[in-house]
Design a protein around this ligand. Structure first.
Ligand SMILES: NC(=O)c1ccc[n+]([C@@H]2O[C@H](COP(=O)([O-])OP(=O)(O)OC[C@H]3O[C@@H](n4cnc5c(N)ncnc54)[C@H](OP(=O)(O)O)[C@@H]3O)[C@@H](O)[C@H]2O)c1
Length: 331
């Protein structure tokens, strides 16, 4: 396992994180505990969760997994999402976040959360109010590090500006989506992270299962996320993604790779990615995907794979003579 610096915090995190979204959902408690142990045996030291996963059940199971190894693991969870019906039980208000943080601490059965992510941007709450909540929670010792998930580049930069100008704790990391079929972050978010020394803990490296290629063969009744969850199906329901998957799987099979582990290895090979959060519904999927650790991702291999998908346009329409294809200034 490779370990990378977690921003400027002094922590080292495994290049692969284990996502626990399936704990207590697709995977029952026993299967989840076994996946946790397997990941830990492989050297994974960072585990991602959220208040809303399996309505809090994922946090409870993760809490059991970490009880004898709390100091050795880095646990992240998230707030913002609603898991209640009250009109105020959503978003990034101080009240909602405080209630959710307390519940997460209880479910995880821990005194502190290593990384607390705001799960999405909330246009109805002042960023300053939210950043003050994070700052307070850090001062109270309930959270060590903070991060933003699914925020756009301008929103992230605005939060950094507001935190710094008010002497509040500024974020340490971000959690965006990143895979061969979802490369939007390459345009603004990854260069921003590099510039601001933010750790990047990206998610969905296998495109939530799409990049296994299995949707080309299984029918719509099979147990698989894009069949079972409408909003996931919508997220990947574009001709261009399916064309990429077809080309990618042909390439992987021709060159003797399993598509899922090759897709993860491609994500890990981006310099700015600190850790990619992988997910699995059972040990078999997890074991198979951990084979990504055996892949030597040379620059040529990375380029050949990148060329199978659509490279997002640069953020600026005037770029040819200013920056190269990696968005770096030309000499
Ligand atoms: N911040 C956010 O908004 C956000 C959003 C999503 C996820 N996350 C985090 O990131 C983690 C990983 O995300 P993800 O689950 O979307 O990652 P992913 O690795 O892209 O997808 C994992 C899913 O793909 C399918 N799959 C993976 N490997 C397979 C294999 N070898 N063979 C067949 N199917 C396979 C499985 O689903 P099926 O068996 O159901 O097909 C598995 O649960 C989550 O657990 C969570 O912690 C965060």
């Amino acid at each position: 396992m490779k370990y990378k610096k977690f921003g400027l915090t002094g922590l080292q995190v495994s290049n692969i994180s284990l996502g626990t979204m399936t704990f207590g959902a697709e995977a029952n408690k026993q299967e989840s505990i076994e996946m946790f142990n397997l990941a830990k045996d492989f050297g994974i030291n960072i585990f991602d969760c959220a208040n809303k996963y399996a309505n809090g059940e994922s946090e409870k199971i993760l809490g059991e997994c970490i009880k004898n190894c709390r100091d050795e693991v880095i646990v992240s969870t998230k707030g913002a999402s609603s898991i209640g019906t009250d009109i105020n039980s959503k978003g990034l208000s101080r009240k909602h976040l405080m209630c959710e943080l307390e519940k997460s601490l209880k479910r995880l059965n821990t005194d502190y959360i290593d990384i607390y992510f705001l799960h999405y941007f909330d246009p109805y709450t002042s960023i300053e109010d939210t950043m003050r909540f994070l700052d307070d929670a850090v001062k109270q010792g309930k959270i060590l590090y903070t991060g933003l998930s699914n925020w756009s580049a301008w929103q992230i930069m605005k939060s950094i500006h507001i935190s710094k100008s008010n002497l509040l704790k500024s974020i340490d990391c971000i959690q965006p989506m990143y895979s061969l079929v979802k490369r939007q972050v390459e345009t603004e978010i990854l260069p921003l992270a590099e510039d601001q020394n933010l750790a990047v803990i990206s998610y969905s490296p296998v495109g939530s299962g799409l990049l296994t290629g299995k949707y080309e063969t299984i029918d719509t009744t099979a147990n698989a996320r894009l069949n079972e969850k409408k909003y996931y199906n919508q997220r990947y329901n574009h001709k261009i993604y399916h064309e990429t998957v077809k080309k990618f799987c042909e390439y992987a099979n021709k060159n003797g790779y399993e598509p899922a582990s090759l897709a993860i290895s491609w994500v890990l090979s981006h310099d700015t990615i600190t850790s990619s959060i992988i997910g699995a519904r059972n040990k078999e999927q997890l074991k198979s995907n951990l084979k990504c650790l055996e892949i030597e991702m040379s620059d040529t291999l990375r380029d050949e794979i990148s060329n199978l998908s659509f490279t997002p346009f640069p953020a600026n329409d005037r770029f040819e003579e200013i920056v190269d294809s990696s968005n770096r200034l030309r000499d």
